[in-house]
Design a protein around this ligand. Structure first.
Ligand SMILES: Nc1ncnc2c1ncn2[C@@H]1O[C@H](COP(=O)(O)OP(=O)(O)OP(=O)(O)O)[C@@H](O)[C@H]1O
Length: 230
């Protein structure tokens, strides 16, 4: 997808406050700016708000106050349908559980992401190229997602997230089910893909061994203000 505004940051947070329904605790993320093309390793203890932050960045959650800007657009204040379309076109998301639709084939899962971004043309050739780069056999394209191994699901989730060539890729703890060799192979492929597309990567993980793959390392705690300030 084309760049919305070459002068803008990939991601910008301004005094973002989020509170889950019926919860006392609120999450307050102060100013954070992520340059385009950056590769961010986002870490923090369990329950510190890493997934919450990714969900705010992807527009799955909308802040109570403050603003999330993506590629210079006031993303969090867009009406829901415009936000969904903008996300589909510009932000790839890989969730912890991958969220593939189990009864659909791999290609159908990938085609759906293209469809939501408004791409009505066939993406089979692009999907084939991504599968090759991700070192997955081509025969998997017509296999139901439910038949895949965890490692294969993870790579298909990456292919689905990248099919629209998003400027930003948000990845939540994708390597927890992998052994060290599979994890390193996965990281090398992921970083190479992001570099080839100049995609900004924000990657959540507990696994400190992965820090070496990233240009920046950010603690989610450091992004949060004290509760009483918000
Ligand atoms: N839908 C929800 N409703 C209410 N509370 C929630 C919801 N989702 C998360 N929380 C709470 O918000 C806090 C932060 O959760 P979050 O999943 O963002 O943390 P995390 O840092 O990603 O944790 P982990 O590393 O264990 O995945 C937790 O206390 C969690 O219980």
């Amino acid at each position: 997808m084309s760049q919305s505004n070459n002068q803008s940051f990939a991601v910008e947070l301004d005094q973002v406050v989020h509170r889950y329904p019926n919860q006392q605790t609120q999450f307050c993320f102060s100013a954070w700016q992520v340059s385009q093309g950056a590769r961010i390793f986002l870490h923090g203890p369990s329950g510190s708000g890493k997934t919450t932050l990714l969900n705010l960045l992807s527009g799955v959650l909308v802040p109570e106050s403050g603003a999330v800007s993506i590629l210079g657009q006031p993303f969090s204040s867009l009406p829901a349908r415009k936000r969904d379309k903008f996300r589909a076109q510009h932000v790839g998301v890989v969730f912890q559980q991958f969220n593939l639709i189990p009864h659909l084939s791999v290609i159908k899962n990938i085609e759906l992401a293209a469809y939501f971004a408004g791409n009505k043309q066939s993406v089979r050739t692009s999907a084939e190229q991504l599968l090759t780069q991700l070192k997955l056999p081509m025969a998997l394209l017509d296999t139901a997602a439910s038949s895949l191994s965890v490692g294969q699901q993870q790579r298909v989730a990456i292919a689905r997230a990248l099919i629209n060539k998003p400027e930003i890729l948000l990845v939540d703890e994708p390597t927890s089910a992998l052994d060290a060799d599979a994890r390193d192979a996965f990281m090398q492929v992921l970083i190479a893909l992001c570099e080839s597309m100049n995609t900004t990567l924000i990657f959540v993980s507990h696994d400190q061994a992965l820090r070496a793959y990233f240009s920046d390392c950010v603690s989610v705690k450091a992004l949060q203000q004290e509760e009483q300030i918000c």
